[in-house]
Write a protein that binds this ligand. Structure first.
Ligand code: ZN
Length: 224
């Protein structure tokens, strides 16, 4: 179900996956756009999709959006308070190693983007991404909250901002954020860097993270 429109979504409401075209061709036809971005992070899924489009005329690009692991762990602890920090760190570390391997082996155009850099220097990084994707940069791209979105998965906080910016049109969005996070999102305007982990991450978890994943996080560290 579309997290913004609910069941009556004009994109996903009657969407049926067909066997005869690859998924991206079907989506491109449905929305009448030449460029489809799949924001999945699961490496097996990405590998499988790349394999299936390699036999078509579609050109694949890979963008590895990275973030300081301490921020990721903090956000997962907030979302899954019952899970053990050690397991969350191990999962993150494995995901990064698998993604690094996928990225290194990817034989087409590829780009690494730092979330923190994007959030602080949005225009420059958006221009860089556009150049990489061979599309023209438009300043409106940074105003994502005011544009049309039909999302099935992904970050509730970001989508809550979209629902908030379009509250006239999206009367009853499916996406919600927990009460404890509402004021954080309500006070944001546009793209802004989320460094809540610096206040929230328990020092003992930070130490455990350093021990278990410090080396892998070395090139992802954001120390401003
Ligand atoms: Zn929708």
């Amino acid at each position: 179900m579309c997290k913004l429109c609910g069941e009556d979504c004009q994109i996903w409401g009657d969407f049926q996956v067909s066997e005869s075209l690859d998924l991206y061709e079907q989506v491109a036809l449905k929305v009448n756009k030449p460029l489809v971005i799949d924001s999945s992070k699961n490496v097996d899924w990405i590998r499988q999709q790349v394999r299936s489009i390699e036999s078509t005329s579609t050109q694949p690009y890979l963008i590895f959006l990275r973030r300081d692991g301490r921020a990721v762990i903090n956000s997962r602890i907030r979302k899954y308070p019952k899970k053990n920090a050690k397991d969350l760190i191990a999962d993150w570390s494995e995901q990064i190693q698998l993604t690094n391997a996928l990225f290194d082996a990817f034989p087409h155009k590829k780009l690494k983007v730092s979330y923190e850099e994007f959030a602080t220097n949005s225009e420059a990084i958006a221009r860089q991404i556009c150049e990489f994707l061979e599309v023209e940069y438009e300043p409106e791209m940074l105003n994502y909250g005011t544009h049309e979105h039909h999302v099935l998965g992904g970050n509730n906080g970001t989508q809550f901002l979209v629902a908030q910016a379009q509250s006239e049109k999206l009367k009853n969005p499916f996406v919600q954020v927990p009460e404890r996070s509402k004021s954080f999102y309500q006070n944001l305007s546009g793209i802004s860097l989320d460094l809540r982990w610096k206040q929230e991450l328990d020092p003992s978890v930070a130490r455990l993270f350093e021990e278990m994943a410090g080396r892998i996080n070395q090139e992802l560290k954001w120390e401003v």
